[in-house]
Ligand binder design. Structure first.
Ligand code: PLP
Length: 486
């Protein structure tokens, strides 16, 4: 295929050049009807690019196959057998993958460090999760992806599970030994799904961790907006091998997806694939060099520690994506929450992941010396300002074993069944009826169907006091919790 082509982008440009006009949605008619203040904020071109995918970009039967061609180009570019675009984020793609491999019944093995979009898939599907133990670092209080041994142990206990699902890279950038895990699954004739939401860039540079398709995974899901150059919500799921039926997979996505896919999102994915084929290696090489310098320069400011060696070792993870720059701020005498809030308020810098002792800056090929300098200057100012900042609110950090709560009910039954709201201090021993997720990174601490451990409640309550954000429980202040009615 000609990887210099970008069929969706070209179709979009042609639509504009031919001055097509649709008496169809979107009703704004390429911005003609939009309020001038909206146009001023979003730009007329945004509206011009917002056209229907069928009977707009392509004709009413999609006879030109623009989307299909763009997906085939993507599959070829990254070495997958098939690729499918989604405009509903990896949040939808992982659910489609789960439904496709399980057919909606039975058990699935899942690393317990899964993102809330994966665990929400359990509520939706009614599946029985069999949790694979992550590699817990009880000193750093970080969960890394499960080891191959942990996956093997779970297959021995639950040989009838339909598939295994692993998150790699994690939001910390730590990666699983996917090739060994795929091998373990395949020896049993079972597919491996990899939630690689953070790994869209991995196929395009050898110095980055192995990407899931090269490690023989059967399905892998990426968010193009996280580490690639796509718009928010742009996701691609890839499939290969004979264990997953691609038709079932795309039909599972179809039952969940919007019928009004956003062509702007598709176009950005298409354009990004061409960019990566043409320039990805050199752009990522430059970014990898930049990040090495940034890591050293942050250490030189003093009292910041950039984590690396402690994240990649036998007891931690198999590999690390160095573009995740995880910075320990505890020597400044402040928490990661305080650091993140101060950087936003005083330096107009937002960081991604933040927790009791760390902040994370993720770098992409869009970054350069200018943005790196901005981060360095902001961190230098933070180091100075920290002297006058209040001491962080003390947080109770549980042991890994406290976090491994027993799933005593199907997540779906717990979520949809009769619930009652109890004071948090009375919740220990009750079955959770809601998902409670510190965000970021988005890994639920409590899931529907789990028997609540009081130490986890203490962790979350002290976390909220310290600045932790919990977007999903009914009571984000954690004074009360929804539990299954007794
Ligand atoms: C590991 C992981 N999986 C899935 C998702 C969901 O991705 P999206 O935001 O594209 O829906 C996220 C989002 O942060 C994530 O971190």
């Amino acid at each position: 295929m000609d990887q210099h082509e970008a069929p969706i982008l070209d179709g979009l440009v042609e639509h504009r050049q031919l001055d097509r006009y649709g008496f169809t949605p979107p009703g704004h008619r390429q911005g003609r009807g939009a309020d001038p203040r909206t146009l001023a904020a979003l730009g007329r071109e945004t509206f011009q690019a917002d056209i229907l995918a069928t009977a707009g970009l392509d004709d009413r039967s999609s006879s030109r196959g623009l989307l299909k061609k763009a997906q085939s180009l993507m599959a070829e570019a990254v070495g997958a057998e098939q690729a499918f675009f989604s405009t509903c984020g990896s949040s939808l793609s992982v659910k489609a993958a789960i439904l496709a491999v399980t057919r909606g019944t039975g058990e699935i093995l899942i690393g317990r460090d899964a993102h809330k979009s994966v665990t929400a898939g359990l509520v939706l599907s009614g599946l029985q999760p069999r949790w694979i133990r992550p590699m817990w670092d009880s000193e750093l209080h970080i969960a890394h992806p499960p080891s191959p041994d942990a996956v093997e142990a779970m297959w021995q206990r639950h040989p009838d599970a339909a598939a295994a699902l692993i998150t790699s890279p994690t939001p910390y950038g730590t990666c699983a030994d996917l090739a060994s895990i795929a091998d373990i699954c395949h020896k049993r004739g079972k597919p491996l799904i990899v939630d690689e939401a953070w790994g869209a860039h991995l196929p395009f540079h050898d110095d980055l961790p192995t990407w899931a398709m090269s490690a023989n995974a059967d399905i892998c899901v990426v968010s193009v907006h996280k580490m690639g150059m796509g718009f928010e919500q742009g996701s691609v799921y890839h499939v290969q091998g004979g264990l997953v039926d691609p038709v079932r997979l795309s039909q599972c996505a179809d039952v969940l997806a919007t019928t009004s896919a956003n062509v702007i999102l598709y176009s950005a994915i298409d354009g990004w694939r061409r960019q990566m084929v043409e320039h990805g290696h050199e752009e990522l090489a430059r970014t990898l060099d930049l990040v090495e310098t940034v890591r050293t320069r942050i250490e030189h400011i003093g009292r910041f520690h950039v984590l690396r060696d402690e994240l990649v070792r036998k007891e931690a993870s198999h590999d690390l994506d160095p573009l995740h720059v995880l910075i320990d701020v505890s020597q400044l005498g402040i928490s990661g929450y305080q650091a993140a809030d101060w950087l936003r308020a005083e330096q107009r810098i937002d960081v991604g992941l933040n927790d009791h002792s760390r902040i994370e800056a993720t770098f992409s090929q869009a970054d350069g010396d200018g943005t790196a300098d901005r981060l360095l200057q902001a961190l230098t100012a933070l180091a100075q300002a920290s002297a006058t900042m209040p001491a962080p609110h003390p947080m109770f950090l549980p042991e890994p074993s406290d976090l491994e709560m027993e799933t005593v009910m199907h997540p779906r039954d717990a979520f949809f069944g009769p619930v009652e709201v109890v004071p948090a201090e009375d919740a220990a021993g009750r079955i959770a009826a809601e998902q409670i997720t510190p965000y970021p990174p988005g890994v639920p601490a409590i899931l529907p169907g789990e028997k609540i451990n009081g130490k986890v409640v203490e962790y979350l309550r002290s976390g909220v006091d310290a600045g932790m954000v919990l977007p999903d429980p009914a009571d984000p202040s954690m004074k009360t919790i929804r539990v299954v009615q007794e």
